[in-house]
Write a protein that binds this ligand. Sequence first.
Ligand SMILES: Cc1ncc(C[n+]2csc(CCOP(=O)(O)OP(=O)(O)O)c2C)c(N)n1
Ligand SMILES: [Mg+2]
Length: 317
Amino acid sequence: MKKETLIRLYRKMLEIRIFEEKVFELYGQNLVPGTIHLYSGEEAVAVGVCTNLRQSDYIVSTHRGHGHCIAKGAKLDKTMAEILGKKTGYCKGKGGSMHIADFSIGMLGATAVVGAGIPIATGAGLSSKLRGSDQVTACFFGDGASNQGTFHEGINLAAIWRLPVLFVCENNLYAMGTRQTQAMLPQDISERSVAYGIPGVSIDGNDVLSVYDAAEEAVKRARGGLGPTLIECKTYRQKGHSRWDPATYRPKGEVEKWLEKDPIIRLEKQLLSNGELSEAKTTRIKREIENAVEDAVKFAVSSPYPAGDEALEDVFA
Ligand SMILES: Cc1ncc(C[n+]2csc(CCOP(=O)(O)OP(=O)(O)O)c2C)c(N)n1
Ligand SMILES: [Mg+2]
């Protein structure tokens, strides 16, 4: 892989992490309405997939969507403003963290309804096919969402119509406090691809290079008219389900074990050891991102809230 791409993967993952650490902090200051679901620990999935996409390609997100947005090219300032409910945000502050969307970069939206994004991605894929465009859609969803009926219906239709969709399951072992093993018998969610006659792979979702490679192949298949792929990325959310969850249901030692597999630290170590990155450059990148996040916060905090009489504007397309 080109050095340029490796640095890009590193930078994007770090951007998401630093951005979200700031969101976490702002939440504590009562600046974020509603709740937030952090992506910390799962950055390699969004970044590995989205780095293979063009701006005109689509993504469909979840309730844990800040990382997907940023990986697809959303601007930090407008994303932060949206999370803070401000008029300058992507959806004029009316979507917030869980309903953020920006069609101009192909980000079709986050959704709070678990599994609801899957048929939307199938619809986007059908739209590309009917229009004869070569746009690909990447659909992110969790292990919990893979137990919803929408998973079966959405993937089955995409399979029989050979739609250009990547179904990317972010298996972070939990759906709220329910462990994957309490909710389904197969260990590998990719096994479910067999039921739809499409390829399925299970990969290390904390290794951005593995995610990148799997997505690259799936994008090639999709653009080539060969239909969808199910990619299960095994990963872990480092924080609780939402800002309110202390995650006491996790067995002792589990978090520590996964922190050792932190996707950003892993790539950083790799790049430092093979000379693609130096300590000085790492520090510079971190500082640049911290400054950009600070600017985003200033922009968002100083922006106004939408006016009350605008509440019903832009609600329906
Ligand atoms: C249809 C539906 N059922 C239940 C919920 C409540 N809920 C919100 S997030 C969540 C867990 C989702 O787990 P998963 O799909 O694994 O995603 P993760 O949060 O782990 O990223 C649940 C049950 C919901 N929002 N929508
Ligand atoms: Mg989950």
